[in-house]
Design a protein around this ligand. Sequence first.
Ligand code: MN
Length: 322
Amino acid sequence: MTNPKYKKKLDDLLVLCQKSLPRVDEALIRRAFDFGFNAHRHDIRASGEPYFDHPYAVAKIVAKEIALDDVSVAAALLHDVAEDTEYQIKDIREEFGSTIAEIVDGVTKISDIFKSHDVTQAESYRKMLLSMVNDIRVMLVKFGDRLHNMRTLEYLPLEKQRRLAKETLDIYAPFAHRFGLANVKWELEDLSFKHLHREAYDQIARDLKSRRREREHYIRKFSQPIEKRLREEGFKFEISGRPKHLYSIYNKMIKRNKPLEEVYDLFAVRIILDTQDPNDCFAVYGTVSDIYIPNPERFKNYISVPKKNGYQSIHTTVVGPE
Ligand code: MN
């Protein structure tokens, strides 16, 4: 029986799964939730919260931000059971079968490696991780686990904060990128940056905030003529502006030795086309170049040559209004 206090949490998770996953075995999620809750019922996190709040948060990340399948969500709910409770992998296998048991086992083994080693050569660790992982869902759950741990890092001792932040920046963030999880990568980088270079992080965050109105106004002004033309040309599309994430701004400032106000690519606009024809992307590039003067040196064609992780798009840098 689900604890009444947690009944709503389970309902929220199920709603999230229904929204973002192709198929949901609700009974499986319920059973994993109850099993995890029961296994962790006596444990407390460093933050003082019930331990189960952690696997629950990881399951939500896996359901919403990684969104592969219900098996990954169930495994996320159980991912710390073998490491931290009286239950073992064989108990999970008996209850949930070998697929979920193997995912949980993989996640547990990855944690063990990092406990016993210091991360010195990031690339060899990434290779080792990959070689250990038979089921890609092990890494997906691990990304969710790391993301939630990074979001709640302030409850750990400073020394440990720094160690985890460095490991995240060196290994997990670039790895998430290769799995095509751009948003996870950005958030991991920004959280690591925050804990490794607190002053620089706070400074950039403050500056960005104080210019936010100005920036949003500018992005609107920039996007309007593009939107108008693309609509006239009959494209189905979404257009959105976003500031780049903090860590990439910081890297640009360092690399070019420039203050924030001179890092021009604070603004990025993304156009997502609803089309089957890659040539439409080039047509839109043509339209944008017609409205704003492009810098040909900054043209990147990931349509003809996709990135290793399968990512395809066109990048261009243009001279905007003013
Ligand atoms: Mn965990």
